[in-house]
Design a protein. Structure first.
Ligand SMILES: *Cc1c(COP(=O)(O)O)cnc(C)c1O
Length: 428
């Protein structure tokens, strides 16, 4: 039996005819379920910071903020997004290896909770600016630890990286930090990797980071006011991957947190998460434009390809694996045919799904790529071939809200300047 896929009683085709395709569709109920499950499971003393990088739409962030999430931002625009949504400055941290002076000034101006510095030169610049404006901002050190833990799809620790300051550079010469007299070094930040789907490495990471925090306290002779132990919790994309069991994770994590908290009652403990909080809530909806055969394979050409969803090309894998995909207007119909789902780009790499089994497709069918609420359009070449950004829709309290307009040709052309050609060429 097939029926239409619905989100809070809205059929996808009704949303598609209202807003056009392609578009990203987010379900606020899923955002809430995911957030609350984590919030209820994880130790009370852990604060959840949302990494806006994963999905910087202000309405998505605002929904999470309303549930209690704080903000981890990495650019001037992300900072302004969090402020515009009404986040109080003591719930904002700013990190990133390449902060511009303008961004550092904005952090100072808004008096955010912590600037997470990633190099000695950055500490110096923050220190100099603070001195100039007669301020003493909170600064946390992003540490590149000497340890690394398996189980992340993108390991950060224990390797040469542009992120953070090597643990040894601080532990071996803590006196180097004493020259920065106009900043308060009050915290540390460690981010170990992303897309973690197993409990053990997350627990191991956290425990090692908390241990590192204690070693840093000892070396610097301070009590840390903030320890951000990252996160990197994943969601399943591909066959064989399973959702993290948050209840089980919390069972293992909470005793470690609790014991750290007992010896550090005043330290703010931060878990920063992007993908995990928003990934499951979103799907890309595109429309099948054409069906064609080529050398024995069938292609469904849609209006929303990798220009909208680069991640679907394949993340961290040489073999193309498919995201969970379905035909939304005939959801649940029996699978009979095999397709390559492609987009409108003029490159053979514009393949959203390869050799995927679906019901027989027709032009006009709506294709849904699930688990796509994180690293969707913002992490895609949306300007390639000048298609522009797709629309974004959030269904909340049973109402479908347009939360971002689709780019139009005038949006794209409006940024460009036409230089008239002055020179006249001789006619030969
Ligand atoms: C990207 C990033 C995050 C968010 O990662 P997710 O895997 O989406 O949770 C958090 N912190 C830092 C430092 C990052 O670079």
């Amino acid at each position: 039996m097939s029926q239409e896929y619905t989100v809070q009683n809205h059929t996808i085709s009704s949303i598609a005819s209202k807003f056009g395709t392609p578009f990203y569709l987010y379900d606020a109920n899923i955002l809430e379920e995911v957030y609350l499950e984590l919030r209820q499971a994880i130790h009370d003393s852990v604060e959840i910071f949302y990494s806006l990088k994963a999905n910087p739409n202000i309405s998505i962030y605002n929904y999470l903020r309303n549930l209690g999430a704080c903000a981890e931002v990495c650019s001037h625009s992300e900072l302004l997004t969090s402020i515009k949504a009404g986040t109080s400055p003591e719930n904002i941290i700013f990190l990133g290896p390449g902060k511009s002076e303008k961004e550092i000034r904005a952090c100072l101006q808004h008096n955010i909770y912590a600037i997470v510095c990633e190099s000695f030169q950055e500490l110096e610049i923050v220190n100099d600016l603070a001195q100039k404006y007669n301020l003493k901002p909170n600064v946390a050190l992003r540490i590149n630890p000497a340890f690394s833990v398996k189980g992340s799809r993108l390991t950060m620790g224990g390797k040469p990286r542009q992120f953070g300051i090597d643990e040894a550079a601080i532990l071996d010469n803590p006196e180097l930090l004493s020259k920065y007299t106009h900043i308060r070094i009050m915290g540390i930040h460690v981010y170990m990797g992303t897309r973690m789907l197993e409990i053990e490495p997350i627990v191991e990471n956290t425990s090692q980071i908390l241990n590192l925090a204690e070693r840093i306290e000892e070396a610097l002779g301070i009590n840390l006011e903030m320890v951000d132990f990252g996160g990197g919790l994943g969601i399943p994309y591909f066959e064989g991957e399973e959702s993290l069991n948050i209840i089980e994770l919390a069972k293992c994590l909470n005793p470690i947190i609790s014991s750290f908290k007992n010896s550090h009652p005043k330290t703010r403990l931060i878990m920063e998460l992007g993908r995990y909080l928003v990934g499951k809530s979103g799907l890309l909806v595109s429309k099948v434009l054409y069906l064609k055969e080529s050398y024995g394979e069938t292609f469904a050409v849609t209006d929303g390809g990798t220009n909208c969803h680069m991640a679907a090309v394949g993340i961290g894998s040489y073999v193309k694996r498919n995201f969970p995909i379905a035909v939304l207007n005939r959801y649940g119909e029996q699978v009979t045919d095999v397709y390559n789902i492609t987009g409108p780009l003029c490159t053979p790499n514009d393949v959203v799904a390869k050799k995927i089994s679906l019901p027989k497709l027709f032009p006009g069918d709506l294709i849904g790529v699930f688990h796509s609420g994180a690293y969707g359009p913002t992490a895609s070449p949306t300007h390639f071939l000048s298609h522009g950004y797709p629309a974004e829709v959030l269904v909340m309290s049973e109402k479908a809200h347009l939360i971002r307009d689709r780019d139009t040709p005038s949006d794209l052309l409006g940024k460009q300047h036409l230089v008239e050609v002055q020179q006249e060429f001789p006619v030969v």
